[in-house]
Design a binder for this molecule. Structure first.
Ligand code: SF4
Ligand code: SF4
Length: 185
């Protein structure tokens, strides 16, 4: 389909209405700033930044309500991580067993290179144990590259204890609402 565009008027061709409109917006913001009506700058870091709900900051490991490690060292997050920021050392056959029921193992070491991480959230999405979550931290600093590789203990300490994560609640509801799949014998 060919869309016929209307011709611009002489005034529009002169760009005067657009220029006046632009200057008007600038003048409005200038007035609001000078009169203190609108605050456009934030005194960071003295004034902390409140990030919106669902913000994707740094990924940390979390513990359950009994303070046990949720990660079972399945390595799915390591596999899916686009920039290869995650490095997991599994416990091996003689390694440490999980510190909670219904889990076979937990990682011997779990590292995230925060210099590589792009905060995409794939690790959180793929984790079957709800063990890794992107949290609110966006300002990560360190004095060396080594310092920016966060180990298991640091990740667990930063992630903290998280109760009542219901990642699969909606999926469960959707599954329950589905008709039973007909099996013809
Ligand atoms: S947020 Fe993305 S880049 Fe960062 S560790 Fe997780 S999967 Fe990797
Ligand atoms: S954080 Fe989740 S996906 Fe990654 S190894 Fe642990 S259990 Fe598996």
């Amino acid at each position: 389909m060919i869309i016929k565009r209307r011709d611009l008027t002489v005034l529009e061709k002169s760009h005067i209405p657009a220029i006046v409109g632009g200057v008007g917006v600038t003048a409005k913001h200038l007035f609001e700033t000078l009169t203190g009506k609108k605050k456009v700058t934030q005194q960071y870091p003295e004034e902390p930044t409140i990030v919106p709900e669902g913000y994707r900051g740094a990924p940390y490991l979390v513990k359950d309500q009994d303070d046990n490690t949720k990660c079972v060292s399945c390595q799915l997050c390591e596999f899916v991580c686009p920039p290869k920021a995650i490095k997991i050392t599994p416990p091996g056959p003689d390694g440490q067993v999980a510190d909670r029921e219904n889990a076979e193992k937990m990682p011997e070491e779990f590292e995230i290179n925060m210099l590589r991480c792009i905060f995409c959230g794939f690790c959180q999405e793929v984790c079957p144990e709800e063990a890794i979550f992107l949290q609110n931290d966006f300002s990560l600093t360190g004095k060396s590259r080594e310092e920016m590789i966060y180990g298991k203990e640091k990740l667990l300490a930063l992630g903290g204890q998280v109760e009542g994560i219901k990642k699969w609640e909606k999926k469960q509801r959707d599954a329950d609402a589905q008709d039973v799949f007909p099996i013809e014998g």
